[in-house]
Design a binder for this molecule. Structure first.
Ligand code: ZN
Length: 191
């Protein structure tokens, strides 16, 4: 599997289809899952750091950098949706099958502990690797308390997924080349 690079329409940025690394399975159409380099490497590092059930990968951007339908903020490949976990490990498919929200029963459907753990892992990857996290949206207060000021869902509720936006620029530019190389190696290894 090779990295597929294509140019975004407006900012002339290269976007890459997010590979389904070990830790991810696809919930949304693959044509909706094109990320810019910082988001791609963030997802690669999250995939390596995560020890748990497979994570449902949602919409990113279309290959020309525009937003998938109904996701107007998902432009230029800098936003991604990650779905919360089902208690019995069932995988979500689209918006109809095995949907889990924060309001579902915590004993049988909503796996809150694992969802909290994913938020904590994301926070750790962001901190360790110097990503510039712009947004983290999810409404469950038990998860949101992991964060100090980034978590806010003012516009519309985020009940079944994390909405994550990574800034186009790393805080730590020195590691940018390492990240690209790492992402390429992971691809060649079939992650
Ligand atoms: Zn989103």
């Amino acid at each position: 599997m090779e990295i597929q690079g294509i140019q975004g329409s407006k900012l002339q940025k290269y976007l890459y289809q997010v590979p389904l690394w070990l830790s991810f399975y696809s919930v949304r159409p693959r044509s909706h899952q094109f990320a810019n380099l910082p988001l791609l490497t963030f997802l690669a590092e999250l995939s390596l750091a995560w020890k748990g059930s497979p994570i449902g990968l949602g919409d990113v951007s279309l290959e020309n950098g525009t937003a998938p339908p109904t996701h107007h903020t998902h432009v230029y490949g800098s936003c991604v949706d990650l779905y919360v976990f089902h208690k019995r490990g069932l995988r979500r498919s689209g918006n109809d099958n095995n949907v889990v929200t924060m309001h579902d029963d915590k004993e049988t459907i909503y796996d809150q502990p694992q969802t909290i753990r994913l938020a904590t892992t994301i926070k750790q990857v962001v901190a360790d690797r110097g990503y510039n996290l712009v947004q983290f949206l999810f409404d469950d207060p038990a998860v949101s308390k992991t964060w100090t000021k980034i978590t806010q869902s003012k516009h519309r509720p985020h009940l079944d997924h994390f909405h994550i936006q990574i800034h186009e620029q790393y805080r730590d530019k020195g590691k940018e080349a390492d990240r690209l190389q790492q992402a390429m190696i992971q691809q060649r290894c079939g992650f």
